[in-house]
Design a protein around this ligand. Structure first.
Ligand SMILES: *Cc1c(COP(=O)(O)O)cnc(C)c1O
Length: 420
């Protein structure tokens, strides 16, 4: 029998503990753009918002075919249709690392894949290791589940390679997984084969499985190579999270997946079974888009991929050239993805209190809005997106330059906090 005598409907602990730090920081920023200047938002990691980058015809045709076939209006299996999983397995296989359809779990976006990967490996009271600077969703997902997040440092002076000593120090008996983001949001870094092997060795020494957020796989600039971390891991199991979102320019379609790599059978029944179980919490992901996956992955021409990467690389060159001569700024050239981190030598901007204030004042005077490093747990930097049209990016960089010229200390303190 119930002893209730009034309504008290409270939100759950999961809801209470779920926070999106980016939203929180932005809501508390004083953002009043200069009405004289058109706003240029360099903040949003969605390549479709400016309309200059569009999904290729193969992607649109594939969805139209899926729709008109009437074959993809019903429910599919919880982990996805075998036809979609087969195509993803082919797309993901390399000559050293074959992938089979039973290794694939379809999810709602790559963030859905990361959610599943964290949930299957970790539980309340444990911790996961995340990069700093890093994408905030790991923290949002983990903390809701009472899984704590321990950050390991990346080294800006070394193209954002992992500080391996710091990583090793962070591992303890409660560490359930190590998250690696490669190529990186927010850094645009792309790790070498050598560096990935070093990371895997640390994980192997402490028996920690890896969650590889590879949503930017293949988005690497000319001369760089994308190496999936699973390719260099013999022993350490890897849950690779990826999807169609960034490379195919369709973030709203919500297609992601996990690929289980496990050469030694460490995850066999336990974790694979756990993924199957968790996948049944929702009755599978969008089937219409699953119907389009084989055609998208098999028929999109290389020229589309090349053009997208060329566009980002060209923008990276433009921003780097314009910002590297600005007093008080130090851009770090990315090797892939669609972002650039810029170091701000804060001590030489006497009228600006901190990184958040830098962005507020920049919006107020120049109507240019990069994301403050605080959003990635990394004060002293801001992140710009490289998906904006070239002319807009140029205009934005010039305005940032004017802003810094006005605010930079005339007699600068000699030691800069930015890397050489
Ligand atoms: C954009 C992004 C995601 C989320 O991808 P969705 O498929 O939209 O859920 C995951 N990880 C990183 C690093 C991203 O930048």
């Amino acid at each position: 029998m119930s002893g209730r005598c009034e309504w008290t409907v409270k939100k759950s602990k999961l809801a209470r503990k779920t926070h999106n730090p980016i939203r929180h920081i932005i809501e508390n920023l004083d953002l009043r753009p200069n009405p004289e200047k058109q706003m240029i938002a360099l903040s949003i990691g969605d390549p479709t918002i400016f309309g200059n980058l569009r999904a290729p015809p193969t992607v649109i045709d594939a969805l139209e075919d899926s729709l008109s076939s009437f074959r993809f209006n019903g429910y599919g299996p919880a982990t996805g249709f075998d036809s979609a999983k087969q195509a993803i397995a082919e797309y993901t296989s390399t000559h050293t690392t074959p992938v089979y359809s039973e290794d694939v779990v379809l999810c709602s976006g790559c963030s859905g894949a990361i959610d599943l990967a964290i949930s299957v490996l970790a539980e309340a009271g444990q911790n996961i290791l995340v990069p700093c600077p890093g994408f905030s969703i790991y923290k949002t997902l983990a903390e809701g589940l009472d899984i704590s997040v321990k950050e390991y440092k990346l080294k800006p002076e070394n193209d954002w390679e992992v500080d391996l000593d710091d990583l090793e120090r962070a591992i303890d008996d409660n560490t359930a997984a190590l998250i690696i983001t490669n190529p990186s949001n927010p850094c645009g870094s792309v790790y070498s084969d050598r560096h990935l092997r070093d990371i895997v060795q640390v994980a192997a020494r402490h028996f920690v499985p890896i969650i590889a957020d590879e949503i930017y796989e293949h988005l690497v600039f000319k001369g760089e190579t994308f190496v999936p971390i699973a390719d260099v891991s013999n022993e350490v199991p890897v849950l690779k999270c990826s999807g169609l979102t960034k490379r195919f320019l369709i973030p709203g379609w919500r297609v992601g997946w996990i690929v289980v790599h496990d050469r030694q059978g460490i995850l066999s029944k336990e974790i694979r079974g756990g993924l199957q179980q968790l996948a049944t919490r929702i009755l599978g992901c969008n089937t219409l888009v699953q119907g389009a996956i084989p055609q998208i992955l098999r028929e999109t021409p290389q020229s589309f991929y090349d053009e997208t990467v060329e566009f980002y690389q060209n923008n990276a060159n433009i921003a780097y050239e314009l910002l590297s001569v600005v007093p008080g700024l130090k851009p770090i050239m990315p090797k892939g993805a669609m972002y650039m981190m810029v170091c701000v030598d804060m001590r030489n901007f006497p009228g600006i209190k901190n990184g958040l204030d830098f962005v507020s004042q920049l919006v107020c005077e120049e109507s240019v809005f990069p994301l403050p490093g605080e959003c990635f747990s990394y004060p002293g930097y801001f992140r710009i997106v490289l998906s904006v049209p070239e002319e807009m990016l140029e205009a934005a960089c010039r305005r940032i330059s004017d802003f810094c010229d006005r605010h930079y200390n005339r007699k600068p303190i000699l030691i800069s906090a930015c890397p050489d």
